[in-house]
Design a protein around this ligand. Structure first.
Ligand SMILES: Nc1ncnc2c1ncn2[C@@H]1O[C@H](COP(=O)(O)OP(=O)(O)OP(=O)(O)O)[C@@H](O)[C@H]1O
Ligand SMILES: [Mg+2]
Length: 373
């Protein structure tokens, strides 16, 4: 059983739309899905029209130990079951604060059953608190929706650091499967800059053992599509509400890509290089890529204002630069710092990230394996 956490602490980037419609797309492809709403806003629950259904039988009751997971599962369709969330879930953060092992409650609940599902998917809230940690501890894969707009990547380094901490201290099986570009305005300079920054970041870690060393940016971009914004109010996924819309097309394509990754049919991601990369040259590559993006930004027409006035003296500071530095620094030089599981929760809550062991260099994959983009 695959468990995928859809996570990004930034709000409004398409997490719920992705959990709902990717989940429904995977259902269309014959997969038996369990979708777990971990957001006190309960948007996934609303999206499937389950707001009024059994308000006392949801993920809050499971996390606080008053209900077994099996009794919190509601059937939406033959291929989709839901564990709903209601606003009371917000209290779980504080109610669980003194509970030992609060990050692994959901993992243990899932381990405790013989479930009929192919894939469990978690819709996480826009924060890195105990609810998101429960998803990361129960999951074996992380899918990160990103909206390619200004400041979209702010805080991404923090997300990767938290994933790394969970991977090293609680859940060694956790890896980042990929980044899904959502709410995409195809053809805009901003969109391609964000994707370039993300690619540079991921490529700079291909030869390390961080949990995102094999992560990809999915080729299927989710275009901005009004039908996707409308379908929640009808309590339907895009495949029921507007099956011929761009939204349905894009999420089905993403579902096929995800299935290819899960089944091992997807081409491996690789960095285009022939020599063994050491950490310094890897950093230099990132800097070069950023400089290239900066230069490209200056040569593209059509953007007015300050953005277009980037000068040679002040190269563009890409949002990802801070994320790259933030996520790369702890990987260098420091000793392994083992901490109990609860420290991870504290790190996630308060931002105190402990130093992390330097990853050993590996031979990079061959150019022949490079994924067609
Ligand atoms: N591709 C799209 N085209 C148009 N609207 C979209 C698209 N994807 C999502 N939306 C809309 O954008 C808003 C935010 O999307 P969504 O709720 O999926 O983000 P989120 O990351 O889950 O937000 P939150 O952090 O609050 O949980 C919603 O109103 C949703 O209907
Ligand atoms: Mg949401």
């Amino acid at each position: 059983m695959e468990c995928i956490a859809v996570i990004n602490q930034k709000g409004g980037v398409g997490k719920t739309s992705t959990a709902v419609n990717l989940g429904a797309g995977l259902g269309q492809r014959g997969k038996r899905m369990l979708l777990i709403d971990l957001d006190p806003q309960g948007h996934l629950t609303t999206h499937f029209g389950l707001d009024e259904a059994a308000p006392d039988k949801g993920v809050y009751e499971v996390l606080t130990g008053s209900l077994p997971l099996s009794e919190a599962i509601h059937t939406y369709s033959p291929s989709i079951d839901i564990v709903p969330a209601h606003v009371d879930l917000a209290a779980a953060e504080t109610e669980l604060v003194s509970v030992v092992g609060r990050e692994v409650i959901l993992r243990d609940a899932l381990r405790g059953g013989d479930w009929p599902y192919d894939i469990v998917m978690f819709d996480c809230p826009p924060s890195l608190g105990v609810l998101s940690l429960n998803a990361m501890c129960a999951a074996n894969r992380v899918l990160i929706p990103v909206q390619p707009h200004f400041l979209a990547l702010q805080g991404t380094g923090k997300l990767f650091e938290t994933i790394l901490l969970v991977n090293q201290r609680i859940n060694a099986a956790l890896s980042v499967m990929g980044i899904a570009i959502c709410l995409n305005d195809a053809g805009t300079r901003l969109s391609s800059e964000v994707v370039d920054d993300l690619s540079a970041f991921l490529d700079s870690h291909r030869d390390s053992n961080v949990p995102w060393c094999n992560a990809r940016i999915f080729n299927s971009r989710i275009r901005r599509n009004v039908k996707l914004a409308e379908c929640p109010s009808y309590g339907q996924s895009i495949f029921e509400y507007a099956p011929r819309s761009n939204g349905a097309t894009d999420y089905l394509a993403l579902a096929d890509e995800v299935l290819a990754v899960l089944s091992g049919r997807a081409l491996p991601v690789a960095v285009e290089t022939t020599d063994q990369i050491d950490d310094e040259s890897s950093d230099a590559d990132v800097e070069t890529a950023e400089a290239d993006v900066s230069i490209a930004a200056e040569t593209v027409d059509g953007m007015a204002g300050d953005d277009a006035s980037t000068s040679e003296d002040a190269p563009r500071e890409t949002p990802m630069k801070a994320a790259v530095e933030s996520a790369s620094k702890p990987l260098k030089g420091a000793e392994v710092h083992r901490a109990p599981a609860e420290d991870v929760a504290m790190a996630g809550d308060a931002g105190a990230i402990a130093p992390i062991r330097k990853a050993p260099a590996r031979k990079p994959p061959s150019v022949a394996n490079r994924q067609a983009s």
